[in-house]
Design a protein around this ligand. Structure first.
Ligand code: FES
Length: 107
């Protein structure tokens, strides 16, 4: 079963399996991963599901859409070149093992 890895700002690692196409945010929320707030439930209107894609995985995750990029301008933590909103990261077999770092704050 493919998996996604979330790493907290304190270095806590959560490796979570998923068994069908889903968003990284949904996997985090279903396992109560601290630091992924996702207040809007994935409608791209809150910016509280911010993650930093590990640099080694940035190529296969891809870039944010313009709408997502506009929302990333409003996130609480520093935006970096690998910043994404994890409700917009669709997980599938091709993203098995992808590593997402959680910022210190979402507010
Ligand atoms: S959950 Fe609100 S923007 Fe991702």
């Amino acid at each position: 079963m493919p998996s996604v890895v979330f790493i907290s700002s304190r270095g806590q690692r959560h490796e979570l399996s998923f068994d069908r196409p889903t968003s990284a945010m949904q996997v985090a929320r279903s396992h109560a991963v601290a630091g992924i707030e996702a207040e809007c439930g994935g409608t791209l209107s809150c910016g509280t599901c911010h993650v930093y894609v590990d640099e080694a995985d940035a190529g296969r995750v891809g870039a944010a859409s313009q709408q997502e990029s506009d929302m990333l301008d409003l996130v609480a933590a520093e935006r970096t070149p690998t910043s994404r909103l994890c409700c917009q990261i669709e997980l599938c077999d091709q993203l098995d093992g992808v590593v997402l770092h959680i910022p210190e704050t979402q507010f």
